[in-house]
Design a protein around this ligand. Structure first.
Ligand code: NAD
Length: 256
C-alpha cells in the first residue's frame, strides 16, 4: 500500500517508534530511522523487509539538526511523504522539585520538535498534495497524572498542535492526527516500573500489576505493533478524511 512512499519516524531506535517503522515498512514504505539507541539492528531488520532504510541521528531538541534530518530524508529518497513525530522522554517529579533543565528538555523534545519537523516537511507534502503527519502524543495529551507536569504539558500541546495542522491543511491531501497510547512496555515505561518496584520493594511483575491497576482497566499494555497498525490506517485511503483526531489506544484509561 505504501510502496514508493518515504516515512521518517523520529525516535525509532526502540519502543513505539520502531514498532511504527516496522509496520510502515511492512506496507512497502522506505524508512528513515532516528534516535539515540542502537541503529544498526533496526536498520538491518527493516532492510530485510525489502525496503530501503536510512538513519539520521538528529537530536530532536535542536532545530538545526531537525532541519538537516528533513533535508537528508528528501535527498536520500526524493520525497518525504509520512512524518511520524514520536521521539519523547519522561521525567517524574512534583512541580516544586522538577529540574528546570528536564522541563526544558521535555518541552523541546516532546513538543517543539513536532512543530519544527512539521513546518519543515509540510511545503513539499503540499506541493505533491499528499502527506501524513502522525504525532505520537499520549493519554497524557488528554488527561493528567501527578508528577508529570512537563510531559502532560507537552502532550496536551501536541494534541492542540495536531488540530491546528489538520485544520490549516484540511482542504488538501495532507492529514495530521495524533495517537494517544496508554501504557506501552518500552524502555521509557520500564524505568517507571523499576522505580515502582524499588519504592514499594515488590517484584517487577507486581510493580507492573500495580502500574496497570492504577490507570488501565484492561490490565494490558498496548503494544508497538497495535500502534503501528493504527499508523498504517491513518496512511491508508480510508484515512483520507480522518483529520485532527487524538485517537487513544489505552485499555479504557480515559473512558473512566
Ligand atoms: P523509548 O524510550 O523506547 O523510545 C524513545 C525514542 O526516542 C528512542 O529511540 C530514543 O533514542 C529517542 N529519543 C530520545 N530523546 C531523543 C532526542 N533528543 N532526539 C532524538 N531521539 C530521541 O520510548 P517509547 O515509550 O517508545 O516512547 C515513544 C513515544 O511514545 C514518546 O513520545 C512517548 O512520550 C510516547 N508514549 C509512550 C507511552 C508508553 O507507555 N511507553 C505511552 C504514551 C506515549
Amino acid at each position: 500500500m505504501l510502496k514508493g512512499k518515504t516515512a521518517l519516524v523520529t525516535g525509532s531506535t526502540s519502543g513505539i517508534g520502531l514498532g511504527v517503522a516496522r509496520a510502515l515498512a511492512a506496507q512497502g514504505a522506505n524508512i528513515v530511522l532516528n534516535g539515540f539507541g542502537d541503529a544498526e539492528g533496526p536498520k538491518a531488520e527493516i532492510a530485510a523487509m525489502g525496503v530501503q532504510v536510512s538513519y539520521h541521528g538528529a537530536d530532536m531538541s535542536k532545530p538545526a539538526e531537525i532541519e538537516d534530518m528533513i533535508a537528508h530524508a528528501t535527498k536520500v529518497f526524493g520525497s518525504l511523504d509520512i512524518l511520524v513525530n514520536n521521539a519523547g522522554i519522561q521525567h517524574v517529579a512534583r512541580v516544586e522539585n522538577f529540574p528546570v533543565e528536564r522541563w526544558d528538555a521535555i518541552i523541546a523534545i516532546n513538543m517543539s520538535s513536532v512543530f519544527h519537523a512539521t513546518r519543515l516537511a509540510l511545503p513539499a507534502m503540499l506541493k505533491r498534495n499528499w502527506g501524513r503527519i502522525i504525532n505520537v502524543a499520549s493519554v497524557h495529551g488528554l488527561v493528567a497524572s501527578a508528577e508529570k507536569s512537563a510531559y502532560v504539558t507537552a502532550k496536551h500541546g501536541v494534541v492542540g498542535l495536531t488540530k491546528v495542522i489538520a485544520l490549516e491543511n484540511a482542504a488538501t491531501g495532507v492529514t495530521c492526527n495524533a495517537i494517544c497510547p496508554g501504557w506501552v512496555l518500552t524502555p521509557l515505561v520500564q524505568k517507571q516500573v523499576d522505580a515502582k518496584a524499588a519504592a514499594l520493594n515488590v517484584s517487577n511483575d507486581e510493580a507492573i500489576r500495580r502500574l496497570l491497576g492504577e490507570k488501565e482497566p484492561s490490565m494490558q499494555f498496548t503494544t508497538p505493533e497495535e500502534l503501528g497498525a493504527l499508523a498504517v490506517f491513518f496512511c491508508s485511503p480510508a484515512g483520507n478524511n480522518v483529520r485532527g483526531v487524538a485517537w487513544n489506544m489505552d485499555g479504557g484509561w480515559t473512558a473512566q
